[in-house]
Design a protein around this ligand. Sequence first.
Ligand code: C5P
Length: 247
Amino acid sequence: MIKPTAAETPAIKPRERIIVALDVDSAAAAREISNELSGAVGAFKIGLQLFTATGPAFVRELTESGTKIFLDLKFHDIPNTVAKAAVEAARLGVWMFNVHAFGGSEMMLQTIKEVDAVCETEEIIRPLIIAVTVLTSSTAETMSETGVGQGINDQVGSLAKLAANCGLDGVVASPQEVQTVRSIVDRPNFLTVTPGIRQTLATPDDQRRVTTFGQALANGSDYVVIGRPIVKAKDRIQAVEQIVADV
Ligand code: C5P
């Protein structure tokens, strides 16, 4: 069964599909952005920079205030290490976190098993666990220099299938590959979370596989991750409104 695309699922408003990447270097800067945009977007993402700067206390501060947090630490290690880190992510009360599908099935299966067990025993709402496929900054050259023998689309498809077979809730991919994921994964509620959103495709920063917000939703993205186009805007609310107006 082909899942209806995000654009065809009116229950979630387009702005609620936006996850703003809090890619800043302090809790104060992140607090300012989350206060300013709360209500204007669906969730916030804490990634490597902010987590390394502020640690888990700041994640907890936001989750305890009721903010939906995607903890984007892209866990990729041996199964035991990832599973134990994932359990701590769940204990922080995040809405979503991720692992690299490239870590393989044993890593993903053990992660789900341990997170499920802890969430049940400690009565924690089980976070969504999604898998990174191929980073949106990667190109065909990245595939070949890292020894991946197939093209990006096929690699995203292989990793999405693996993640789905392991029971993950979805994948991170570029909006350009959402249809590949949909055609390969026959699970109606399998989520696609897509960074690589640019309204002006001429300024992609380090992103390489980009589309506009409207195109991402038309392709079937469930959630989009947007950082610099919102965080670095002079007027962030206006930046969100302009992006939403694209739909
Ligand atoms: O500033 P920009 O909109 O490019 O930010 C995209 C965010 O999404 C960054 O925080 C980046 O780490 C994250 N991300 C990504 N590609 C992935 C996974 C996460 O760009 N495959």
